[in-house]
Write a protein that binds this ligand. Structure first.
Ligand code: SF4
Ligand code: SF4
Length: 180
């Protein structure tokens, strides 16, 4: 996709995106079985680990729900240029591990890992492997294992919808896209 629109993503649209990403997995097997669910277990060894919600994603959650803890984010800490703030509060959430996970409510960052959306200089969306610094080892990333095309397609479909929102566009550009 190219260009950016200015639509607001509402709760129903986030729920649609959760549904698109709800039934797909990066591999044909449970990849958590080869790494001990490393991405979900990061909180065991790194109390600072967690997920950043997309702008507006909190609309599908209850801030009082005890399986997630919430911290507000200074946008500059996650890549926004100095003085540039989204009009909505950004949230960093921590879960209590897989035993407590409400899978139907797991955040988008959980659903798309180990992929990441990026916006290229030409304004096009590209879905790539997550190359951010992580506090754990993901065998799919480290072993450069193939990822199911259906999974990549679902992530692309989800972000084609989400990037219609200017705030999400800016978030992806500032937080994920680096120099492209
Ligand atoms: S995505 Fe990577 S770290 Fe997470 S469960 Fe699968 S293989 Fe393990
Ligand atoms: S919310 Fe669920 S899917 Fe996400 S890291 Fe926690 S246990 Fe894993």
């Amino acid at each position: 996709m190219t260009g950016k629109l200015n639509a607001m993503i509402d709760k129903e649209t986030f729920e649609k995106v959760y549904s698109i990403l709800g039934g797909v997995t990066p591999e044909d097997f449970d990849c958590g079985s080869i790494c001990g669910q490393a991405c979900c277990r990061a909180i065991d060894t790194d109390p600072d680990s967690g997920m950043i919600l997309l702008p507006g994603e909190d609309s599908v959650h209850e801030l009082t729900d005890p399986w997630l803890s919430w911290e507000d984010i200074d946008p500059e800490d996650i890549g926004y240029p100095e003085g540039e703030k989204p009009p909505v509060q950004l949230w960093f959430v921590k879960c209590k591990g897989p035993e407590h996970c409400k899978r139907s409510k797991r955040p988008i960052q959980c659903r798309i890992f180990p992929l990441l959306p990026r916006i290229l200089k030409n304004g096009k969306l590209k879905i790539e492997r997550n190359n951010m610094e992580l506090p754990y080892s993901c065998p799919i990333i480290d072993g450069n294992a193939a990822i199911k095309p259906e999974f990549e397609e679902a992530v692309k479909e989800a972000f084609t919808i989400l990037l219609a929102d200017k705030d999400i566009w800016d978030f992806v550009k500032y937080c994920y896209s680096d120099e492209q």
